[in-house]
Write a protein that binds this ligand. Structure first.
Ligand code: FAD
Ligand code: MLT
Ligand code: ZN
Length: 481
């Protein structure tokens, strides 16, 4: 699926009224700059849609040298900069609502090189995740980070957020695939971090500092990505679950018998919204919860043995009363149809501008945490449409709360923030994180201290000051300086 871009208004040629824009243009003569109101709106927001976009202008550098020149100018003129990729972010990290200069990587989309010996692909930061996956496949390999926004999120954005997605259970997060990054700092210096090395024990690994830095430490301009062997043949299974309590039993039963590529869950409310959005119902009856599992099938003799294991796993779960119904894909088209039921959730909810929680605990802490969370949600949101889904196999739960039609937006957000504070207490009891994969941005900033200690935040502040002395990179995001 390609995440939908927000609608754009008609274009007209802008007058460059702000003297700073003229100054930037004079400092970087060939730089493409947009100041059209429709562009300011388009580039000033991400998928959160909670803040009103109000950037100064949009800079679209076409080379690393131009990014460096823009940063030198911004640093010299104390102009705040918001690094911007595909703006599919869900935490407000790419929002520009306070007169910032948006620096978009949209024009930096080339594949720069493939190394068959190192099994790496070097790309510019603005390239879409899907284009990276396709380039890897073109070389007989794969880039295994994957999620529904693949067609529109940028590789730079996935690194800046340490994106997770649907294959973390098998392949890990974005961090695990970054072999090197080239980063332009706030003062315009170009850092070449780790240079694709597999082994490099030469002090602090600044590459990993950049991963999940949410545009606060520098602008990622290029990345060298590790590639995996080609994706194995796989099948997808959708299971209907009679209750919430059995989700983890099913997960453990499947994990013990199959090589899981993904294990995800969603509630009946999530399915409801996806069906309203045009997907096809998987079962005749409705069920309270669903699990979707993708597992490797292997080929030849192994495929037959695997089929036996799949049936054994299915029968075991049936006998225990953990599943009420199930289907297994017989073709790639059917697999895609089943995945649509899970991957279509975010888009189907987008018109409601949902309040989102994206939390995680260790897998071993899931049973206790999920039981507490379910009780909390039932008690605190009795009259709300709460849509529950997530990467349960990674210990990651997405809770989306939809605003009742007759409730004012401010009152709705206040109510959700109240529940988030209770959720934070449950997370603390179970040693979890307030952001599993979407990042802190603006949305989770008030809760950072629930996941990171004061000492950690003080260190992060120091690092940020050292790398961005004038405080121009994504101010107000992640934490205040
Ligand atoms: P943006 O939204 O443009 O930016 C995100 C952050 O990164 C901002 O702080 C921005 O300043 C910074 N940034 C962007 N580019 C750079 C750069 N070149 N250098 C430095 N900083 C930069 N996320 C998941 O983890 N897992 C999922 O399963 C998942 N599914 C999604 C499904 C849908 C339908 C949607 C809309 C979003 C989903 N997301 C998911 C969230 C989002 O796609 C990811 O966070 C993605 O990594 C953001 O990439 P982007 O290019 O859109 O970043
Ligand atoms: C997902 O898992 O679908 C994404 O993280 C998006 C979301 O949480 O809405
Ligand atoms: Zn997710």
């Amino acid at each position: 699926m390609t995440a939908v871009r927000l609608a754009r208004r008609a274009r007209h040629v802008p007058p460059m009224t702000d003297s700073r824009v003229a100054s930037l243009q004079a400092a970087v003569p060939g730089l493409q700059i947009k100041t059209d109101p429709a562009d300011l709106e388009h580039y000033g927001r991400d998928w959160t849609r909670r803040w009103t976009p109000a950037p100064l202008a949009i800079a679209l550098p076409g080379s690393v040298a131009e990014v460096q020149a823009v940063m030198r100018w911004a640093n010299g003129h104390a102009v705040a900069v918001v690094p911007s990729g595909g703006r599919t972010g869900l935490s407000g990290g790419a929002v520009a609502a306070n007169g910032e200069l948006v620096v978009s990587t949209e024009r930096l989309r080339r594949v720069l090189g493939f190394d068959a010996v190192d099994r790496t692909l070097t790309v510019e930061a603005g390239i879409a995740l899907q284009a990276v996956q396709e380039a890897a496949a073109g070389h007989g390999l794969s880039y295994p980070v994957d999620f529904a926004a693949r067609g529109s999120c940028s590789i730079g954005g996935t690194i800046a957020t340490n994106a997770g997605g649907i294959r973390v259970i098998r392949h890990g997060n974005t961090r695990d695939w970054v072999a090197g990054v080239r980063v332009v700092t706030a003062t315009g210096e170009l850092l070449d971090l780790n240079r694709g090395l597999l082994k490099n024990s030469s002090g602090y690994d600044l590459r990993h500092l950049i991963v999940a830095s949410e545009g606060t430490l520098g602008i990622i301009v290029e990345a060298t990505l590790r590639l995996a062997p080609p994706a194995q043949p796989s099948n997808v299974m959708l299971l209907a679950l009679p209750s919430f309590a059995v989700v983890l039993d099913v997960f453990q039963a499947l994990r013990a018998r199959l090589q899981l590529e993904a294990f995800e869950c969603f509630s009946d409310r999530a399915l409801h919204h996806v069906l309203v959005h045009g997907a096809q119902a998987p079962f005749d009856a409705l069920h309270p919860y669903y699990a979707i599992a993708e597992f490797a099938t292997g080929g030849g003799v192994e495929a037959e043995a695997q089929e036996g294991r799949v049936l054994a796993a299915f029968e075991h779960c049936m006998e225990q009363g953990w599943i009420a119904d199930g289907v297994i894909s017989q073709s790639d088209a059917q697999a895609a149809q089943l995945w649509r039921l899970r991957e279509g959730i975010t888009e189907s909810l987008a018109p409601y501008v949902p309040y989102k929680n994206d939390v995680s605990v260790r897998i071993s802490a899931l049973p206790g945490f999920l039981a507490e969370t379910q009780a909390l949600l039932l008690a605190e949101y009795p009259e709300f449409d709460v849509v529950w889904f997530g990467h349960i196999g990674d210990g990651n739960l997405h809770i989306n709360v939809l605003k009742p039609v007759d409730m004012a937006q401010d009152a709705f957000v206040a109510r959700c923030e109240h529940v988030t504070r209770l959720l934070v207490d449950a997370l603390a009891r179970h040693g979890g994180s307030i952001s599993a994969e979407h990042g802190i941005g603006l949305v989770k900033k008030p809760y950072l201290s629930s996941t990171r200690s004061d000492a950690e935040i003080a260190l992060m502040r120091g690092i940020r000051r050292a790398m961005d002395p004038a405080g121009i990179l994504n101010p107000g995001k992640l934490f205040d300086r």
